[in-house]
Design a protein around this ligand. Structure first.
Ligand code: THU
Length: 178
């Protein structure tokens, strides 16, 4: 129960909130903690894309990486809440900070196509000796924006063995506005 009880305006499901914004923020925290989600028929459809197929899509995208400055190739593939596939690769620039990550490209494609949530994202990059390319800090926040407690993040290098994470594994105590 909220410590500022006298100023709370809303009571929902036994939980007191300061206001609607507080409710939205705390609903979202609960969602990200992995609490049971509303049944979503479309999620079932999305899950019919096998890990191997998603990883192969990320590998194909990776082949087109524009990586002339770092020589480091990354590909990303997303399956969204409607079961649609979106891919991206890293695109570097002579003005180094303008380069963009593979995950950013795939997320932009998803949003442009009307996808709302990331059900699963595969990120392919790195070398067997060093280990897979786990999303950079900025991309963890980008993924977080479209993730929930069920979102699966796969990180794969050339070894073909993947590591599996949730968004709270990669970005605990994350920042959000609501
Ligand atoms: N890169 C990605 O595409 N995703 C990440 O999560 C980490 C880094 C790219 C950015 C840059 O083009 C290259 O990898 C080396 O940092």
């Amino acid at each position: 129960v909220c410590r500022l009880q006298p100023v709370c305006q809303h009571l929902s499901g036994g939980q007191l909130y300061h206001d609607e914004t507080d409710k939205r923020r705390r609903d979202r925290e609960t969602e990200l903690d992995g609490a049971p989600q509303q049944p979503d028929a479309q999620r079932g459809l999305a899950m019919t894309i096998a890990n191997e197929d998603l990883i192969n899509a990320a590998k194909e995208a990776r082949a087109n990486a524009y990586n002339v400055y770092s020589n480091y190739r990354v590909g990303a593939a997303i399956v969204d809440d409607r079961g649609h596939l979106h891919v991206g690769c890293n695109v570097e620039n002579a003005a180094y900070p303008l380069g963009s990550c593979a995950e950013a490209g795939a997320i932009a494609a998803m949003v442009q196509q009307g996808g709302k949530r990331i059900v699963k994202i595969a990120v392919v990059g790195g070398f067997e000796a060093v280990g897979p390319c786990t999303p950079c800090g900025g991309c963890r926040q980008r993924i977080h924006e479209f993730a929930d407690g069920n979102t699966v993040i796969l990180a794969i290098d050339d070894s073909n063995e993947w590591q599996e994470f949730s968004i709270s594994d990669l970005l605990p105590a994350s920042f959000h506005l609501y």
